[in-house]
Design a protein around this ligand. Structure first.
Ligand code: PLP
Length: 365
């Protein structure tokens, strides 16, 4: 609110009014930098996770043209990475899509084997947005460093949920989004390690140390900074509580409903994400029925351009399209309570039963 009402100057202006806004911007940059143990000069504010991913990947491709055009990424990336790499394939880049195990984990040896003399970038997400699996990015970063290849990780889901230390992890580029840590929508950051050769995507006034031109979204950035401060101060305590809620939810559902599975359940996972596959029930039906009971969840599948595509993540972990359509994704947060979880445990079994009654497959089984 201060940045929208009193201190709404332009941080690039040298008069006192602008400098007040600049101070707010600098404070927010410090909070975001601290959350991931970066230097303030390594934080580039952007419009969100999607832009951070685009800037990282396209920026490296543009800056490394003379070295090569080969990118290594995984089959379970968010569309912000997936579609960017697909677009770059059309523009002449070669992309290797490494697979994941049935638990949704990338094998670092697959990344090592995919390296070529013309590889310029490895982009592997930190934690998956649908099933929450945490990738071995420290090992992958080592492989990248040994091969002298830039390493980008999409940290949109992991930041604020698990401790992140970009120095210890030895990352070159790391994407963050404010709205995943209770900050405002439409603002995010790209961590760019000092000395990284990154071609900006936008030309203009040279803001953000020439990495991203355009007058900063000061109010959004300030909200992001505050969310980052709170996330850093409360992460350990809140996430222990959220993990316990998640386990209560999964354990309770497994006791009350037969033939359900937790996707990625055997892998290291984020504390807040639970992807549950319900055999013989259709995901969209589950979401709509839960919505009518005031429970907001999503399916593992994304509805794109009117056609219902099964989730590429669930397909990558070996599910059939039918199985993938029967998945529910719960995202818990620090504001959820045991009562919320118990309410779901009360209402979901009846919903599943009703939907299964409609399924010819369930009756046969
Ligand atoms: N990357 C991941 C892993 C995400 O989960 C998301 C959003 O859901 C994004 C990128 C895109 O972030 P934004 O919505 O801020 O553009």
């Amino acid at each position: 609110m201060p940045a929208l009402t009193g201190d709404f100057g332009n941080p690039s202006s040298i008069h006192w009014f602008g400098q007040q806004a600049k101070t707010l911007l600098d404070q927010a940059r410090q909070h975001v930098a601290r959350l991931i143990n970066a230097e303030t000069g390594e934080i580039v504010f952007v419009s969100g996770g999607t832009e951070a991913d685009n800037l990282a990947i396209r920026g490296i491709v543009e800056s490394q043209k003379s070295k090569g055009r080969h990118i290594i990424t995984s089959k379970i990336e968010h569309h912000a990475v997936l579609h960017t790499c697909k677009d770059l394939e059309k523009q002449g880049c070669d992309v290797t899509w490494v697979p994941v195990s049935s638990d949704g984990i990338v094998d670092p040896d697959d990344v090592r084997r995919a390296l070529r003399p013309d590889t310029i970038l490895i982009s592997i997400m930190h934690a998956n947005n649908e099933i929450g699996t945490i990738q071995p990015i420290e090992e992958i970063a080592k492989i990248a460093a040994e091969a002298d290849v830039y390493f980008h990780s999409d940290g949109v889901q992991s930041t604020g949920k698990i401790p992140v230390d970009v120095k210890r992890l030895n990352l070159d580029l790391y994407s963050i989004s404010a709205h995943k840590i209770h900050g405002p929508k439409g603002v995010g950051a790209l961590f760019v390690k000092r000395g990284t050769a990154l071609k900006p995507l936008q030309t203009g006034g040279g803001h953000e140390r020439n990495r991203r031109s355009g007058t900063e979204n000061v109010a959004g950035v300030v909200g992001f900074g505050e969310a980052a401060r709170i996330a850093r101060e409360t992460l350990a305590e809140e996430m222990t509580r959220v993990r316990a809620l998640r386990d209560r939810l999964e354990g309770g559902l497994q006791r009350r409903i037969d033939a359900i599975h937790v996707n990625g359940g055997n892998a290291p996972r984020l504390p807040n994400t639970s992807n549950i596959m319900v055999d013989y029930a259709e995901g969209e039906g589950l979401v709509i029925s839960l919505d009518l009971k005031n429970v907001a969840v999503s399916t593992g599948s994304a509805c794109s351009s009117g056609s219902l595509e099964p989730s590429h993540v669930l397909i990558a972990i070996g599910k059939t399209p039918d199985e993938a359509h029967g998945s529910l994704r719960f995202s818990l947060n620090a504001m959820n309570t045991e009562e919320d979880v118990d309410y779901v445990l009360d209402v979901l079994p009846g919903i599943v039963e009703r939907l299964r009654e409609l399924s010819p497959y369930y009756r046969k089984a």
